[in-house]
Design a protein around this ligand. Structure first.
Ligand code: URA
Length: 453
C-alpha cells in the first residue's frame, strides 16, 4: 500500500493483512505526531498491527519513523573538546527486579572511553526504574537542559537522565493509546517503541538486556528470545549495531530491590566493596559487548581486562561521582552515602516458615511487594518512597533457616513490614531438599549479535 492514500485506507490495508510501504508508515507516524490522525485512527492502526503483525521491513520503517518524529541527537563537531568524545554507546533493559545494571554500566563504560547519553525510564508495573532510583540522591536532576546534558556526556562520559518532550514524541502518543486499547503486547509495537526512543540518541552501538523468567516482561522463554532477536535485527537494520543478551530474571538480579537500597548497591560495586555476584556478571558481559561494538577493545579478553582495570582503579566510581555532582547531587556521595540516601524507619528480617533451600521464586511478586511498600507506583501520579525496599534477598539454591532470613524488609511502618513479609513468604518457595538437587538458573542464556548492514 503506497503513501498518499487516506489514513483510513492505510489502516484498512493493515487490517486486511497487507504490508505497508516505508513511505506510508512515515506518513502515518507523521499523523500521530502532528495530531492529524485521530485517537480512533491511531487505536485502529495499533489494533490492526497487533492482530496482523508486521514484516521485518515494516518494523524497521516504523522504528525509523518514530526515531525521526522528534529531535535526533547528533554528536559530531560538538564544540570545544568534541575530539574527546568516544563512541556513543548505550544499553537498555526490558526491566526487572533488582536490576540496577545501568547505574554501574554507564560510568564503567565512560571510564573505558565510551560516551553514554542514557535516557532512562521510571518503574513500570513490578519493575524498578533507573530514574526513580537516581531520584533517591538529593539534588539529582533528571531533567537538565539539553546543553547541560550534552556537556556532561562530554565531560564525565556519562549522563543518565529522563526522556524529554522532544525525543520520539510519536511514541508518547502511540504508547498512551496502546495502553487503553489492549495493544501493548505486540512485538513490532514494542520493538519500535523501545528502539525509536533509544536510537534518537544518535548511538554508534546499543546493547539490549532482554529478561526471561518469572520477573520478565515477556511471559515465556520463547517470547523473550523472539523479542531479543527482533530487537537486534531491527536496530541493526536501522543502522545501529546491536547485541541482545537474554538474561535470567527468575530471581532478582541484585540481592536488593527498591530505590536508595539499589543506589547503595551500585556504590558498593563501583567502589570495590562487592566483587562478585550475578549483578556484576551481567553488567560485565553487557559492558564487554559494548566495548567490542564501540571498537574500544579488540577482543573479548581485552574488553574484560580493560573493564577489570577501570573498576579496580576506581575510575568507574569516579565517573559515577562526576555524573552525580554534574547533575546537582552531593559531590561526596560515594564517601558519605549514609548521610545522604534515605532510610526507612522499620528494618526487620523475614524468615521462611521452615528451614530448607530456596528452590523457586515468583520474582514479579517480589517486585510487587516493593511496590506495596511504596517503592513503586500503583498509579502514574503516585509519589515514590525512596527509602523502602528489600535487602539481603536469598538466592535460588541458598539455605535459609531461623538465622538466615529470606530477606530484610525496609518499611515505613510495622504493618507495611508485616504485609511485605507475608508477600515474600508466598513468593519464595523453600523446600527441604539437598542443595545439589536445586536447579540453578543459567544467568546468561544467549547472546545475539547483529552488525549494521
Ligand atoms: N517499553 C517501551 O518503551 N515500550 C513498549 O512498548 C514496551 C516497553
Amino acid at each position: 500500500m503506497q503513501a498518499g492514500a487516506l489514513p483510513q485506507e492505510l489502516i484498512r490495508a493493515k487490517r486486511d493483512g497487507q504490508a505497508l510501504s516505508p513511505e506510508a508508515i512515515r506518513e502515518l507516524v507523521g499523523g500521530i505526531s502532528d495530531g492529524s490522525l485521530s485517537d480512533a485512527q491511531v487505536g485502529a492502526l495499533a489494533m490492526a498491527i497487533y492482530l496482523n503483525g508486521m514484516r521485518a521491513a515494516e518494523t524497521v520503517a516504523l522504528t525509523e519513523a518514530i526515531r525521526d518524529s522528534g529531535e535526533v541527537l547528533t554528536w559530531d563537531g560538538f564544540g570545544p573538546g568534541s575530539d574527546v568524545l568516544g563512541p556513543i554507546l548505550d544499553k537498555h533493559s526490558t526491566g526487572g527486579v533488582g536490576d540496577l545494571v545501568s547505574l554501574v554500566l554507564g560510568p564503567w563504560i565512560a571510564a573505558c572511553g565510551g560516551s553514554v547519553p542514557m535516557v532512562s525510564g521510571r518503574g513500570l508495573g513490578h519493575t524498578g526504574g533507573t530514574l526513580d532510583k537516581l531520584e533517591s540522591i538529593p539534588g539529582y536532576d533528571i531533567a537538565p537542559t539539553r546543553e547541560r546534558f550534552r556537556t556532561l556526556v562530554r565531560e564525565a562520559g556519562v549522563a543518565i537522565v529522563g526522556q524529554t518532550a522532544e525525543l520520539a514524541p510519536a511514541d508518547r502518543r502511540l504508547y498512551a493509546i496502546r495502553d487503553v486499547t489492549a495493544t501493548v503486547e505486540s512485538l513490532p509495537l514494542i520493538v519500535s517503541s523501545i528502539l525509536g526512543k533509544k536510537l534518537a540518541c544518535g548511538l554508534d552501538a546499543l546493547v539490549m538486556d532482554v529478561k526471561t523468567g518469572s520477573g520478565a516482561f515477556m511471559p515465556t522463554l520463547e517470547k523473550s528470545r523472539e523479542l531479543a532477536e527482533t530487537i537486534a535485527e531491527v536496530a541493526s537494520r536501522a543502522g545501529t549495531p546491536t547485541t541482545a543478551l537474554l538474561t535470567d530474571m527468575s530471581q532478582p538480579l541484585a540481592p536488593c530491590a527498591g530505590n536508595a537500597v539499589e543506589v547503595r548497591e551500585a556504590i558498593a560495586l563501583l567502589t570495590g566493596d562487592k566483587i562478585d555476584g550475578r549483578l556484576l556478571e551481567v553488567t560485565r558481559e553487557l559492558a564487554a559487548e559494548l566495548l567490542l561494538a564501540g571498537k574500544l577493545a579488540r577482543d573479548r579478553e581485552a574488553a574484560l581486562a580493560l573493564l577489570h582495570e577501570r573498576l579496580a582503579s576506581g575510575a568507574a566510581a569516579e565517573r559515577f561521582a562526576r555524573m552525580v555532582a554534574g547533575l546537582g547531587g552531593p559531590a561526596d556521595l560515594l564517601e558519605r552515602h549514609d548521610r545522604y540516601l534515605p532510610k526507612a524507619p522499620v528494618l526487620r528480617p523475614v524468615h521462611a516458615e521452615h528451614g530448607g533451600h530456596v528452590v523457586r521464586m515468583d520474582t514479579r511478586a517480589v517486585g510487587l511487594a516493593v511496590v506495596a511498600l511504596g517503592g513503586g507506583r500503583r498509579a502514574p501520579q503516585d509519589a515514590i518512597d525512596h527509602g523502602v525496599g528489600l535487602t539481603g534477598i536469598a538466592s535460588i539454591g541458598e539455605a535459609v533457616d531461623g538465622e538466615r532470613p529470606l530477606a530484610w524488609v525496609h518499611a515505613r511502618s510495622e504493618s507495611d513490614a508485616e504485609r511485605a513479609a507475608s508477600q515474600l513468604r508466598a513468593a519464595i518457595d523453600v523446600n527441604d531438599v539437598d542443595a545439589g538437587d536445586v536447579r540453578l538458573p543459567t544467568l546468561i542464556q544467549d547472546v545475539i549479535r547483529r552488525e549494521a548492514p
